[in-house]
Design a protein around this ligand. Structure first.
Ligand code: ADP
Ligand code: MG
Length: 687
């Protein structure tokens, strides 16, 4: 087979292998081995050293031994459940080989009377005699070399024996042994200068467990490249669709900026520029605006909306919850007051009668700007000329959903996603490589750093006077009780308990919100808090993402050691948005773990969401940071953005090179298939 034929073979189903019938296929599937190449990417979990042939006087009980012995005597007891016993010997001693559930004929075949054999297995001792029970290997002398070596051990499943598995892997490994390389020399040199086949062979056969060796890197690189390649192909496909350029002047934008009682930061202005360039170009905008909580993304989105409307198109903006959507709506009404822009609001709660009116006015182009929850995308909603979709706090959308959204708006619609989830730089590419990304790093000038303190839980009473003082000054407090037990009911009960206790101290000033409440009840509690009817809001972790409570300046987080860094930072970001100094108090149970101590230390020393995200990734590893199931991207099987950051950078440059020649896509299609990425592209419908 030539290289292409081998590649083709590798991405075929395992059933194409000799010896893999429906039963083995099913077992392999349990081990996530479906394609032939999956064998190669499932590295041994350890190795068994069978390389030293030992004489029977040197055996150690409990250890794996490989022995060369003569078959002396059979003992086949014809009683159920008693094992077959075969006595063997060498010049130094005797041993029994024990077989449970084996047939006489089979034993006579692999252990012919008086013959010399190689046997390998775990040594035990029974009635003053060595024995090996159900040996892993029994082979004639002619096959000695097949056994007496370091043998990779794979994680198997019941019904799949080491022998069968090893045979399959070996056959494939043999096949790829001289396989030509697909990367050019420049790239190869950068990633360790080993060919793929050599790397794979090494990972299976050498007893080198360092998974960050050049061999491991080589294989990880292809996975990273495949991942970025998918996103870049999606990106190219999106860019291929031409849209009508939006034509607008900067008068409206200027007017709005003048109306604010603050100046936008340089960073904000730069991003507005980037967005304007997108709107005016004839490529569809597909942009992520990423910025820490409170960094001022909403204003940017509203300017983008204004310019789109100025170009006589409509805009829709979606937020994940009713209350957040309403907050945007109220702010928009305020900001656009002195303009003739028509804004409306829609949510699940909007009456059918009202909805009908909204639908009609939208289709006539009478509403310029529709703000709401998921309701803005209901089937019945038709815009006369939709030019921009804005999605706030969207970090739960995967690649596929992003494209569907972009398609929903029609050929001339731009897309702006906003996310407050700080994503480490290495991950941005892996998750958002299909989009343009604007990062809002600078914070509005007036914003003070939130003061972060920590206290052991026993000293909770020391906080009460502080809380009293805050309330006296008209400030509000979030009191967070996280999930402690596995059971949700217990979880609520912790919050309920705290609510009851605090209600006795702060009579009539405490509210409660948790996941067990209906949406209406949650909204109600939040509204009361927003309207200052209550001063302390006890909650589990459900405090709405992104909602602006400028009057809340203190957050108290119980059991803070149960949260991840990024999560604690997000929670902390709920406060300190107004004039008065924000404070975050982290309560912890005694005997903090080293990690928890580290987390608290990092939080106390920094308010920078991006830095915290990087640290979080280092502490937890990358898989946990975002919850990848949610993002719709499959986890990396081999690569790890924490350890392979350099490889990501190399791949990024490599992608640019690959993109220059369309023929390359075909060349690397093999990688996409090997890493199960090809389907993503095929499943998505592009406009
Ligand atoms: P987020 O990025 O979390 O969506 P917002 O857009 O809600 O942040 O902004 C948080 C608060 O900061 C709002 O009250 C907003 O009016 C204010 N803000 C935004 N930009 C600036 C700025 N450049 N200077 C001062 N305040 C600003
Ligand atoms: Mg926001």
């Amino acid at each position: 087979m030539n290289q292409l034929e081998i590649q083709d073979f590798l991405i075929k189903n395992v059933s194409k292998l000799n010896g893999v019938g429906p039963k083995t296929k099913k077992l392999l599937k349990q081990k996530k081995i479906e394609k032939i190449s999956d064998f190669l990417l499932s590295f041994p979990k350890s190795y068994t050293d069978r390389s030293n042939i030992q004489t029977l006087d040197k055996l150690e009980i409990g250890k794996i031994a490989t022995i060369k012995v003569k078959v002396v005597k059979y003992n086949f007891p014809r009683i159920r459940n008693l094992p077959n016993k075969i006595s063997c010997e060498d010049e130094k001693g005797k041993i029994d080989i024990i077989f449970f559930n084996s047939r006489e004929g089979y034993i006579k075949k692999i252990l012919p009377q008086d013959s010399m054999v190689i046997i390998s297995g775990k040594v035990s001792y029974f009635k003053k005699k060595y024995q090996i029970t159900n040996p892993a290997y029994v082979v004639p002398l002619s096959k000695q070399s097949y056994v007496d070596k370091i043998i990779p051990k794979y994680s198997l499943t019941e019904g799949l024996t080491e022998k069968v598995y090893r045979k399959l892997v070996e056959k494939i490994l043999e096949m790829i042994a001289g396989m030509p390389e697909w990367h050019n020399n420049t790239i190869l040199k950068k990633i360790g200068n080993v060919s793929w086949s050599k790397a794979i062979l090494n990972l299976h056969y050498s007893n080198d467990k360092n998974l960050h060796s050049k061999y491991y890197n080589r294989v990880a690189y292809d996975e990273i490249l495949a991942n970025l390649l998918v996103l870049s192909q999606i990106r190219l496909r999106i860019k291929k669709n031409k849209k009508n350029k939006k034509v607008f002047n900067n008068l409206l934008e200027k007017k709005l900026l003048n109306n604010f009682n603050f100046n936008l930061t340089k960073n904000q202005l730069k991003i507005i520029d980037e967005i304007n360039t997108d709107l005016k170009s004839n490529n569809k905008m597909f942009r992520l605006l990423q910025g820490d909580v409170g960094s001022g993304k909403t204003i940017i989105a509203f300017i983008a909306a204004a310019n789109t409307i100025n170009s006589s198109s409509q805009v829709s903006m979606m937020a994940p919850t009713e209350i957040l959507a309403r907050q945007h709506y109220k702010l928009a009404l305020k900001i656009f007051k002195s303009t003739n822009i028509n804004i409306d609001f829609i949510s699940g709660k909007t009456s059918i009668k009202e909805k009908k009116i909204i639908y009609k006015r939208l289709s006539e182009g009478k509403i310029n700007f529709l703000i709401g929850t998921h309701a803005v995308f209901q089937k019945k909603v038709f815009f006369k000329k939709l030019g921009l979709i804005i999605i706030d706090e969207q970090h739960k959308f995967g690649v596929k959903q992003r494209i569907e959204l972009s398609n929903k708006g029609g050929p001339n619609c731009d897309l702006l996603l906003m996310s407050a989830t700080p994503i480490p730089r290495t991950l941005i590419l892996a998750i958002y490589g299909d989009m343009d990304v604007s990062r809002l790093i600078e914070k509005p000038l007036h914003r003070k750093e939130i003061l972060t303190l920590s206290k052991p839980e026993e000293k909770i009473n020391e906080i009460i006077p502080f809380v009293k003082k805050q309330i006296k000054n008209g400030n509000q407090i979030f009191w967070v009780c996280p999930l402690i037990e596995e059971s949700k009911i217990l979880d609520y009960s912790a919050a309920v308990k705290k609510y009851n206790a605090l209600s006795k101290i702060f009579v009539g000033k405490v509210g409660l919100i948790h996941g067990g409440l209906k949406n209406d009840e949650k909204d109600d509690a939040l509204k009361k808090f927003l309207n200052k009817e209550i001063y302390i809001l006890v909650s589990t972790t459900v405090i709405e993402v992104g909602i602006d409570f400028p009057n809340a300046n203190t957050i108290i987080i119980e059991n803070s050691n149960k949260f991840g860094l990024s999560q604690l930072h997000q929670l902390r970001g709920r406060v300190g948005r107004g004039e008065s100094q924000g404070t975050c108090i982290l309560l912890y149970k005694k005997n903090l773990s080293e990690r928890a101590r580290k987390r608290i230390k990092i939080l106390k020393s920094s308010n920078d969401g991006f830095l915290i995200a990087e640290e979080d990734m280092k502490l937890r590893g990358f898989g946990d940071v975002l919850g990848f199931q949610q993002s719709g991207l499959k986890d990396f099987k081999i690569a790890d953005p924490v350890h392979h950051e350099t490889l990501f950078k190399i791949a990024e440059d490599n992608i640019k090179e690959i993109e220059m020649d369309v023929r390359n896509f075909k060349k690397y299609n093999f990688l996409l298939k090997m890493f199960d990425k090809a389907d993503i592209i095929n499943k998505i419908k592009f406009e």
